[in-house]
Every structure is written in C-alpha cells, then in structure tokens.
Write a protein of this length. Structure first.
Length: 168
C-alpha cells in the first residue's frame, strides 16, 4: 500500500505496522493466498492455449496468480519489497532451495508483460481499446513456445506457494 493523498507518513506507518504484525504468521499468509483465489488455467489438456475469440487473457491466466503468490510469500517471509521481481529475489535469499523456481517466476512475469504490452500497442494502433488479452494467431512459433513455458511455470504456483508458506 502506498499513500497517494493526505498524510503519506500515516499511510506508510499503517502499512509498516500491518506488515510487521503479519511477520512469521503462516496461518495469516495461508488465508491471504486462499482469499486471492486461483488463476484460470491458460492451457488445455493437450497443451494448447485456452482462448476466447482467439485471445488469451494473460492477466487472468498468468500475472494474477504470480503476483498474488509473490505478495503473500513476501508477507510471510517479511520481505518488504513492493515489486514482484524484488519480492521474489528477497524470498529467494530467505528460502534458498527453490532458487530456480523463483527465477522461473520472474522470467514468466517478464514474458506475460512483454506479450501484453506488445498486444496493447498493436490494438491501440488499430484503434481498439487495450486489454490484457493477447491474440495467439499473431505470435511466432518461438513466441508461442515462450508463452507455453511461462504458463507452465504458473501451473505450479499453488504447490510452490503452499510449500514456501511453511518454510522458515
């Protein structure tokens, strides 16, 4: 939480006190993770993309779960960073046996953001409103494989999140 109006110092103090109160409370972090809900699957049983009108919403199928998990784990492990890559780096320094999985999450987030931004630019150039839905047909074979790999990383978020909630 960042204050945007009024007493910024008060907002910062409130955030810090709430953050400190949650330190070490795995039960609270577990409830946060559950309250965030699950991401929508981005791939079907055969590894293809789940699309609506030829597009996949990468916020719902990728970013949402990744960012929620990183936020919850940062609270659990008392990592006060606010960007997702910085949170994941902080978690990595506390829980070292999952370094590659956390690096994969950072990479996946980059892939999702890259595709979303490229699609938004293309949509704006066509005069269409920007969204988080990426047109699959317009992706090269290499880009489809990058996206498939990023979505696969996200499919393991629930298990990774549960594992890391209870690691000290």
């Amino acid at each position: 939480m960042r204050g945007v109006h009024g007493e910024i110092a008060l907002a910062d103090l409130l955030w810090r006190e709430a953050f400190d109160a949650a330190q070490g409370n795995a039960g609270f972090a577990k409830l946060l993770l559950e309250a965030a809900g699950q991401s929508e699957p981005g791939r079907n049983w055969f590894g293809g993309f789940r699309t609506v009108e030829g597009r996949i919403d990468l916020k719902k199928t990728g970013l949402f779960g990744l960012v929620s998990t990183a936020r919850t784990l940062a609270i659990r492990h008392h990592v006060s960073e606010r960007s997702t890559p910085a949170r994941l780096a902080g978690i990595k320094s506390v829980v070292q046996e999952v370094e590659s999985e956390l690096d994969n999450l950072v990479e996946a987030q980059g892939v999702f953001l890259d595709f979303i931004l490229k699609q938004q630019i293309a949509d704006l150039q066509r005069g269409w409103p920007p969204s988080n839905a990426v047109e699959i047909k317009g992706l090269s074979r290499r880009d489809r494989e990058r996206l498939r790999a990023a979505l696969q990383v996200g499919e393991n978020l629930d298990e990774l999140g549960r594992d890391l909630l209870f690691k000290a």
